[in-house]
Design a protein around this ligand. Sequence first.
Ligand code: PLP
Length: 403
Amino acid sequence: MKTTIHNPANEIQDLQFFGEFGGVNPSISDSSTYTFLTAQAMSDTFEGKTEGCYLYSRHSSPSNMYLATALAKMENTEAAHVTASGMAAITAVIMQLCHSGSHVVSSRTIYGGTYAFLKNMAPKYGINTSFVDITKLETVEAAITPNTKIIYCETVSNPLLEVADLNGLSALCKKYNLKLIVDNTFTPLLITPTKFGADVVIHSLTKYINGSSDCVGGVICGTEKFINELKDVNDGSCMLLGATMDSLRAASILKNLRTLPIRIKQHSYNANYLANTFKNDGIKVVYPGLQNHPSHEIFISLLNEEYGNGGMLTIDVGSKENANMVMQSMQDNNVGYLAVSLGFYKTLFSAPGSSTSSEIPAEEQIEMGLSDGLIRFSIGLDHDIKRTNQIIMKCIEETLITT
Ligand SMILES: Cc1ncc(COP(=O)(O)O)c(C=O)c1O
């Protein structure tokens, strides 16, 4: 029986895709092109007159459609389209909604690749961006110009874990007739941005949703109309820029999606435990689930029940040298891996200032509070998080005492 209240985990559980021979997994469409029974059907399909027909796998394929359908259900949107990477999803959305002369208002704390695209590449096509403190709605509103087309943010930002006030931002979008584009990569299941007025939701599937750190992928979730526009053979950015997901990958990500609810709960449980013990031990920790986080109240108000407070946290150990030594020690002691990315079963840690956010110039990093000593953690699925905490504390204490 279908529940009326949208619960993303139930939506994933309720998916029922049969394989060609009654298999419990949908069959994989191992084809780049599709036959038409008549020449007329071929021209009708290219003109967008026929529904449910596949023409060429850069446009869509059955395997990609299964994954897209599942993710649209998860994000409570009419439709979705999967892409070759998270960056492919982000750039396709921006290129579709903006044109030469358009203006974007973006959070200044976003993934470094997105920042670099908006700052360095989009201006080549006449698209300019104002980067603002997304937590200050009056600053966001002041940056809007008659040419603004979109407000862009991450639900919980990479790497500073700032929380976007989605209700406030969507009210601004309605007032000025803009689209609210939300990258929900850090908080799948935890937060459903469309509940708070997001128009388009993007994920890097590379992270929590796939969860195995074995591929890159992305998704765009939105209205049926917008998703069809992205796939339009004449001017659709996904169709024409061509960063398509491979069908075999779509099939494997769909299989991993099924365990996302239990994985997210365990990531959250472990991160919550570590954030609290770090805080009690006097370590400078940022975690939106802690009451001392500046946007804690907004964060709590956005959360779906049952998934906890997420698996991402940062600590500040004072300097780049300290950060490097602590991370080296944690890798040597098998806490996890010194690596970028997130959502893996092992804990991953990196210093964003010199890795995932290195595209952001040093002076801007300082202005936004991204310090050299910051270590970003994607907390793993560790079975015994108390044991992990003891090892991390030993790494921090030993390293910092010797400096
Ligand atoms: C929040 C966020 N969005 C988007 C991306 C880009 O995704 P991908 O590496 O799959 O292109 C990343 C990558 O780190 C990210 O952290």
